[in-house]
Design a protein around this ligand. Structure first.
Ligand SMILES: *[C@@H]1O[C@H](CO)[C@@H](O)[C@H](O)[C@H]1NC(C)=O
Ligand SMILES: *[C@@H]1O[C@H](CO)[C@@H](O)[C@H](O)[C@H]1NC(C)=O
Ligand SMILES: *[C@@H]1O[C@H](CO)[C@@H](O)[C@H](O)[C@H]1NC(C)=O
Ligand SMILES: *[C@@H]1O[C@H](CO)[C@@H](O)[C@H](O)[C@H]1NC(C)=O
Ligand SMILES: *[C@@H]1O[C@H](CO)[C@@H](O)[C@H](O)[C@H]1NC(C)=O
Ligand SMILES: *[C@@H]1O[C@H](CO)[C@@H](O)[C@H](O)[C@H]1NC(C)=O
Ligand SMILES: *[C@@H]1O[C@H](CO)[C@@H](O)[C@H](O)[C@H]1NC(C)=O
Length: 868
C-alpha cells in the first residue's frame, strides 16, 4: 500500500484536527519523587516514576543548584542495554524535545560521564560532560511520525548515562516547517538572544513555546568571542511586532547589539557540525532613526553564495520599525566554528544591528525496526506475565538490541532470531508471526504456549525452531516439509495429535516429536500410492473443472453478445468480464443500476429541453422522474469510440460503486445508438461554478471549504482503496466535484475511469486530464497512477484556498500556474497571500497551514516517493 493511500486517509484526520486543540507541555524532572510547579517559570514538573522503571536516583553533590529540577537526576547502569522514556505525540505535529543534563559533582574522583542520546533509532547527541557546573541542553525539533517518540540513553564510554530533565513542547502553525522534515530532525546548535538584559536564558512564559534563548552574556569557551570593537547593547520597552513564521518572543526582539563602528562580528562553536544547517536571523529596528538616517548592511561572513551582496535594510524589509524581519537559509553547509561578520554599507548612517540567531543541524532520521516485526515482538511481550522481557525499552534493534532478539543490519532492521526459552509465556503463538519473513531461528521452548501452530509457511529463511515443552495442540502442519532452509524442528512434550505428515519424515531435517502421545506415524507406508495418486486425481479434477468452466463461460459470452441490445435489469446478468475480474467491497448489496427506457428519459427531461452542462461524456440535461426524483442525464456525444460491450461493462462497474462522496449512477439507457447515463441530480452544481462566481462564492466560508475538501478526498480514497481493482479517476478538477443540496461534495465523472489493473485493457486507454490539473510526471512518463489523482486533488485544494483558477494569465505570469505560484508563497511562509481575499479573517491560521501543507505535498513535482 502506497504512502499516498494512507496519506489520503490521514487527510480527514488532519482536517478534523485543523482547529487544533491546545496541548499541554510535558515537563519531566528525572529522579524527582514529587510533582511541583517551578515558581520562576510556572512550569509544572512531574516525577519520572510513571515513565521509567529502570535506573536509580542520585542527589546532586553541589551547593550551586540553578533551579529545583537539577537537585536530582536519574542514572542507569553502564551495560549494553538502553534506557528509554516514551513521550506521547500527535501524529504529524511538530514538537520540540529537550533533554538536559546537570552533573554537579565537580569533586568526583571518577571520570565525568560520556554517553549517547537517541531519539527513536536516530542518534541525537553524544553527551560529554566536561564542566560539572554547566547544564547541558540538547534540543531536537521534529515532526512526529507516529503517536509516540522515545528518548533513549545508552552506551556510556565513561561514567554512566544520566538525565536531569526531559521536556516535550508542541509547536504551532508552520513553525520550524522544512521541506526535509520527513527525513531529517533539526538539532538545535545555537539560539542566541543578543543584547540580553541578564545572563539568564529566556524561556517560558516569555516564549509561549518554551524555547530556550541563551543570553549573549553567558560566558563559556569559544562562545561568542571575537566581538567587534564598538559593539553596543540596546533595548527598548516598546512592543515589537514579531508574529511572523517562527514567532520569536517579543522580549528577545526588544534587545539587540549594534556595531557602532560599522561592523558586528562573533565567533562560536557549533556542536555537531560540520553539517547542513537551517539558519535564521532575527532583525527588528528598535532604535528610532532620524529622518535622514538609514541602517543598511551586508553579511560578509560566512560567505554564502547568493547572499553575499544582499543589502539588508531592516525597516524596509520588515515594512517599518519595531517589526520583525526573519531571513533564513533553509540549507547551508556550516563548519564547527562559525564566524560571522555584518558590515554597514558606505551609504548607511548607522551600523549593523542583530536581535537573535538560531541555527539547527539537519540530522538524518534512521528508520526504526520494521513495524510488522516489531508488532510480533509486542505480541510476545503481552504474553509474558512476569514482565521480565525488556519490552518497554525503545526500538527492538537500535541503538542496542533487546536481549532476546537478534537483528539484521539492514535499514530498516529486521528480526532474525527470537530466543524466548523458559520465559513463562502463556497463550497462542501470535498469528502475525507469518510476517517475519527474515526470521531464521525461533526458540519458544519451555513455556506454557497452547493452541495450534500458526501459519509460518512463508518463512522461507527459517532454520531452527524450538517448540518443545509447551502445551501446543492440533495437527502438525505439513508446510514444514516445504521450508527450504529448515534444519531442526523440535516439538517434544506437547499435545499434538493426528498423523505426522509424511513430508516431515523424509530426514531432510532433524525432527524430534517425542512426548506427544496423540501423534502417530502415517498408517499406510505405500508412499507412492498415497501421495502420488491423490495428486494425480486432484489435478485431473481441476482440469475437468476448468474445461467445464470455460465451456460455460463461452456459452454465456455468446448469449451475452446476442442480448446486447437488451437491458440488464438484475444482478444475475452481470457481464462475464466484470464478474470475473472485479469485486467491490462495501457494496452493501445494493442493486446495480437499472436500465431505463429512452421514452422514460425523454419524458423526464421534457424532451431534453434543459441543458445544465457539458461533461467529458457529452451534454448533461436536467430531468425529473415520475416518482419526483431529480436526475442529471448525460448523453453520449461520440457514437463509435465506445463499443457496446464496453459500455455495458463500464455501466455495470459504475453502478456497483456506491459511496456518499461519489455521485451515484441511477440507471442507463442504450437504445437507437443512444448511450445515456442517469445520475442523481446535484442541486448546487459544480465546485468550479461556485468558487469562480464572485457573488456565489461569498457563501462558501472556510469551514464549508474544509468539508468539501474532506468529502472529495473521501470519494477519491474510495476509488483508490475501496474498489478492487482500484480506480484512477484521471480527471479530478473542480468541475468534477459537485455539491448537493446541503453543500456536501461528491466526486463525479469517473465514468470513463480506467481500472489500474493492466489486464483490463479492453477499457478505454485514451489519455485524459485537464490542463492545469495534470501531474507533470504524467507528461514525463505517460503513466497515470493514483499519484496523478493526488496531484490534481492538490490543485483543487489550492483552488479552494485561493479562489483562483488553476491557469490564468491575469493572476499569474503567462508560464506560471497556480502550483508554481502557491509553491513559492508557501516556501516563503507567506501563506496568507494564498487565501481567497473574501475569506479574510474568517479562519484560523493553524487550519490554513494544515490545508496548505496538504496541498503542497500533493503537488510535489516528483510525487511523494512511495514509502513503506
Ligand atoms: C505526578 O503527576 C502524574 C501525572 O499528572 C501522576 O500520574 C503522578 O501520580 C503524580 N505523582 C505524584 C508523586 O504526585
Ligand atoms: C528563580 O530564579 C532565580 C534567579 O533568577 C534563582 O535564584 C531562584 O533560585 C529561582 N527559583 C526557583 C524556584 O527556581
Ligand atoms: C497554538 O494554537 C492553538 C490553536 O490555534 C492556540 O489555542 C494556542 O494558544 C497556540 N499556542 C501558542 C503557544 O500560541
Ligand atoms: C524600560 O522600563 C524599565 C522599567 O519599567 C526601565 O528601568 C528601563 O530604563 C526602560 N528601558 C528603556 C530602554 O526605556
Ligand atoms: C507597509 O506599511 C504601511 C503602513 O505602515 C502600510 O500602509 C502598507 O500597506 C504596508 N505594506 C505592505 C506591503 O505590507
Ligand atoms: C542540503 O544540501 C546538500 C547539498 O546540496 C544536500 O546534499 C542535502 O541533502 C540537502 N538537505 C539536507 C537536509 O541536508
Ligand atoms: C519431556 O518431558 C520428560 C518428562 O517430564 C523429560 O524427562 C524430558 O526431558 C522432556 N524432554 C525434553 C526435550 O525436554
Amino acid at each position: 500500500m502506497g504512502f499516498f493511500n494512507s496519506w489520503l486517509v490521514l487527510l480527514f484526520l488532519l482536517i478534523r484536527t485543523a482547529l487544533a486543540q491546545i496541548e499541554e507541555f510535558v515537563s519531566i524532572d528525572c529522579g524527582s519523587k514529587s510533582n511541583y510547579s517551578d515558581s520562576n517559570t510556572s512550569l509544572a514538573w512531574v516525577s519520572d516514576a510513571a515513565y521509567i522503571r529502570h535506573g536509580s536516583v542520585r542527589e546532586v553533590q553541589t551547593e550551586n543548584i540553578i533551579s529545583p529540577q537539577y537537585k536530582v537526576y536519574r542514572f542507569f547502569p553502564t551495560n549494553s542495554r538502553k534506557y528509554c522514556y516514551t513521550l506521547s505525540t500527535a501524529e504529524r505535529r511538530r514538537y520540540l524535545v529537550r533533554a538536559t543534563f546537570f552533573y554537579g559533582d565537580s569533586n568526583s574522583a571518577s571520570s565525568y560521564p560520556m554517553f549517547q542520546l537517541y531519539l527513536d533509532s536516530t542518534q541525537w547527541a553524544t553527551i560529554t560532560i566536561n564542566d560539572a557546573s554547566r547544564v547541558y541542553v540538547e534540543e531536537l525539533i521534529l515532526r512526529a511520525q507516529s503517536t509516540s517518540v522515545q528518548v533513549c540513553l545508552c552506551c556510556a564510554s565513561t561514567g554512566y548515562p544520566f538525565i536531569s530533565t526531559l521536556e516535550l513542547r508542541p509547536l504551532n502553525l508552520s513553525m520550524y516547517f522544512t521541506s526535509y522534515e520527513d527525513n531529517f530532525f533539526l538539532k538545535v546548535a545555537a539560539r542566541i538572544n543578543f543584547g540580553a538584559l541578564s545572563a539568564h536564558p529566556l524561556r517560558y512564559p516569555d516564549d509561549p513555546y518554551d524555547r530556550i534563548w541563551e543570553s549573549d552574556l553567558n560566558k563559556r569557551q569559544n562562545y561568542l568571542v571575537g566581538m567587534a570593537p564598538g559593539t553596543k547593547r540596546i533595548s527598548t520597552n516598546k512592543t515589537v511586532k514579531a508574529d511572523l513564521r517562527e514567532f520569536p518572543p517579543v522580549k528577545v526582539m526588544q534587545t539587540a547589539v549594534v556595531g557602532t563602528k560599522g561592523s558586528l562580528s562573533y565567533r562560536l562553536d557549533l556542536e555537531g557540525f560540520p553539517g547542513y544547517a537551517r539558519a535564521y536571523a532575527y532583525f527588528a529596528e528598535i532604535e528610532d532613526l532620524g529622518q535622514a538616517e538609514v541602517r543598511k548592511f551586508t553579511m560578509k561572513q560566512p560567505n554564502i553564495v547568493g547572499y553575499k551582496d544582499v543589502i539588508l535594510n531592516i525597516v524596509e524589509n520588515a515594512n517599518g520599525s519595531y517589526a520583525l524581519y526573519e531571513p533564513s537559509y533553509m540549507n547551508i553547509s556550516l563548519d564547527f566554528v562559525l564566524s560571522f561578520l555584518l558590515m554597514k554599507t558606505p551609504d548607511s548612517t548607522r551600523g549593523p544591528l542583530l536581535n537573535a540567531i538560531e541555527i539547527s543541524k539537519y540530522v538524518q532520521i534512521i528508520p526504526k525496526t520494521d513495524i510488522e516485526d516489531a508488532a510480533v515482538l509486542d505480541a510476545f511481550c503481552s504474553m509474558s506475565s512476569s514482565g521480565e522481557l525488556d519490552c518497554d525499552n525503545g526500538d527492538p534493534c537500535i541503538p542496542a538490541t533487546w536481549e532476546w532478539v537478534t537483528c539484521s543490519s539492514g535499514m530498516p532492521p529486521r528480526i532474525e532470531k527470537i530466543v524466548l526459552s523458559h520465559k513463562n509465556l502463556k497463550g497462542l503463538i501470535p498469528a502475525e508471526i507469518k510476517q517475519m519473513d527474515q526470521l531464521e531461528e525461533l526458540w519458544l521452548d519451555g513455556n506454557f504456549l497452547s493452541g495450534p501452530i500458526p501459519d509460518m509457511s512463508i518463512l522461507a529463511r527459517l532454520k531452527i525452531m524450538h517448540l518443545e515443552n509447551n502445551r501446543l495442540s492440533g495437527e502438525l502442519p505439513s508446510y514444514f516439509g516445504d521450508l527450504p532452509n529448515l534444519k531442526e524442528l523440535y516439538i517434544q512434550n506437547n499435545s499434538f495429535d493426528g498423523e505426522i505428515p509424511i513430508v516431515l519424515l523424509t530426514g531432510k531435517f532433524l525432527f524430534n516429536y517425542d512426548g506427544n502421545p496423540g501423534l502417530h506415524l502415517p498408517r499406510k507406508h505405500k508412499k507412492n500410492l498415497t501421495i502420488v495418486l491423490p495428486a494425480t486425481i486432484g489435478a485431473f479434477i481441476v482440469i475437468i473443472l476448468l474445461l467445464l468452466g470455460y465451456l460455460w463461460l463461452h456459452q454465456r459470452k455468446t448469449q451475452q453478445t446476442k442480448s446486447d441490445s437488451l437491458c440488464i435489469t438484475s444482478k444475475s446478468s452481470v457481464p462475464y468480464s466484470i464478474a470475473q475480474t472485479t469485486s467491490l467491497v462495501n457494496d452493501e448489496g445494493r442493486d446495480v443500476a437499472c436500465c431505463i427506457s429512452l421514452s422514460t428519459i425523454e419524458e423526464a427531461t421534457g424532451g431534453f429541453c434543459k441543458q445544465i452542462g457539458v461533461g467529458s461524456y457529452g451534454p448533461v440535461y436536467y430531468g425529473k422522474m415520475r416518482d419526483g426524483k431529480e436526475v442529471a442525464v448525460k448523453v453520449s456525444a461520440g457514437i463509435s469510440n465506445h463499443g457496446t460491450q464496453q459500455f455495458v461493462n463500464e455501466v455495470t462497474l459504475l453502478s456497483k460503486i456506491h459511496h456518499k462522496s461519489l455521485v451515484s449512477l441511477i440507471g442507463y439507457c442504450q437504445e437507437e445508438c443512444n448511450k445515456i447515463l442517469v445520475y442523481e441530480y446535484m442541486h448546487n452544481g459544480s465546485l468550479r461554478d461556485l468558487i469562480h462566481d464572485p457573488v456565489r462564492k461569498k457563501g462558501l466560508n472556510w469551514l464549508s471549504r474544509l468539508l468539501i475538501a474532506e468529502d472529495a478526498a473521501k470519494g477519491l480514497t474510495y476509488l483508490h482503496n475501496g474498489c478492487n481493482p482500484s480506480i484512477i479517476h484521471r480527471d479530478i478538477k473542480t468541475s468534477n466535484i459537485l455539491l448537493d443540496i446541503n453543500m456536501r461534495a461528491k466526486v463525479s465523472d469517473f465514468g470513463l475511469s480506467r481500472q489500474t489493473e493492466s489486464s483490463l485493457t479492453h477499457i478505454s486507454t485514451i489519455g485524459r486530464g485537464t490542463i492545469g490539473y495534470v501531474d507533470p510526471e504524467y507528461f514525463a512518463n505517460q503513466q497515470l497512477t493514483d499519484k496523478s489523482d493526488v496531484y490534481s486533488y492538490g490543485v483543487v485544494l489550492l483552488e479552494l484556498i485561493s479562489g483562483k483558477k488553476p491557469i490564468s494569465v491575469d493572476n499569474y505570469d503567462p508560464d506560471w500556474n497556480i502550483v508554481h505560484w502557491a509553491r513559492s508563497l508557501i516556501c516563503k511562509g507567506d501563506i496568507t497571500s494564498l487565501v481567497d481575499p473574501c475569506l479574510e479573517g474568517t479562519f484560523k491560521l493553524e487550519s490554513l497551514w494544515r490545508m496548505a501543507e496538504i496541498a503542497f505535498l500533493s503537488v510535489q513535482i516528483h510525487g511523494l516517493q512511495a514509502k513503506k
